[in-house]
Design a protein around this ligand. Sequence first.
Ligand SMILES: Nc1ncnc2c1ncn2[C@@H]1O[C@H](COP(=O)(O)OP(=O)(O)OP(=O)(O)O)[C@@H](O)[C@H]1O
Length: 352
Amino acid sequence: MADKLLEVNHLTTSFKIDGKYYPAVDDVSISIKPNEVLALVGESGSGKSATAFSLMGLHKHARIEGEVLFKGENIINYNENKMNKIRGGEMAMVFQDPMTALNPLMKIKKQIIETLEIHGTKKKGEREAYAVELLDRVGIPRPERVAESFPHELSGGMRQRVVIAIAIANRPRLLIADEPTTALDVTIQAQILDLIRELQDDLNSGVLLITHDLGVVAEMADRVAVMYAGQIVEIAPAKELFKNPKHPYTRSLLNSLPTEDMLGDKLHVIQGVVPPLNKMDRDGCRFAPRIPWIDESEHEHQPELREISPGHHVRCTCYKNFFLESAEDALETTKEVEAAQFAASGEGGSGS
Ligand SMILES: Nc1ncnc2c1ncn2[C@@H]1O[C@H](COP(=O)(O)OP(=O)(O)OP(=O)(O)O)[C@@H](O)[C@H]1O
């Protein structure tokens, strides 16, 4: 346990809908070591943000069960007072939309100084200079000037850098980044990811990176947890997951799952969406409705995560029905099929 910064055991977060509680995060167990990036991936509605918010104690009206061990101590029942001491300090979060994290009426400098004050970082007289130093550190040009600005005076990329400056101000041991680059263009996105990696190395921090962008995952993650309908359906070292994805949902996310009606056809993502919490069938494999061509008998009644090779866990036996081409090979196949379709359409005939 000593080497685990965060250990989450059986986390279950339920929201009340029409007087009844429904789990959005359903028995999730994950862990993060110092200097490790764990990516949490899944479609919209799969429960990624609810997981992150639960870890940070930000769901006020939810029912939260399980264990969240941060540096060995269970923080799940911490009151606001105790949580405020670690939130923004040893545990920090970067949200998708920097505008929701920043106070629109307060100068950037003041917002950074405020977080330093709360956690008693630096002496009073040093905080202003340190705020500017932090802005400089996250690559903000003319940091003295930006320090005097209000959030609306900055671009989206600059605002996200400010949010990261605030997140790292108290040298967090754990950084939770919820879609930190989704709202940004590709160049800025790469810079922000570089920044997170640099900080992680520098502070030896663990990072929980929530994203639906598998390109980001491939670049950043040491391990990947795939979430569907509130459950982790697969978890593996990143290289292993990309090379050898097992669960049909993972393969669908990787756009590499051949379905029965598409032999010789273009590979595509499985249709459908994550069902709403109060409409979800919680018995059996939750992904079964989206792969109706797989016989019911191929699914487990109560699918559990099972380790199939060191560090690689998969839920439900239904994955065994899929042709296990590696994701890399599948991408090649996709390209070949697309090239053949392009040529057959006649458009490829003109040459280039
Ligand atoms: N405060 C809430 N009250 C009721 N239901 C909620 C609440 N927050 C989230 N949910 C529901 O919980 C489920 C998981 O939502 P969550 O936001 O965690 O998904 P997500 O994977 O992070 O999606 P996205 O990528 O769109 O943020 C969804 O069905 C969502 O509607």
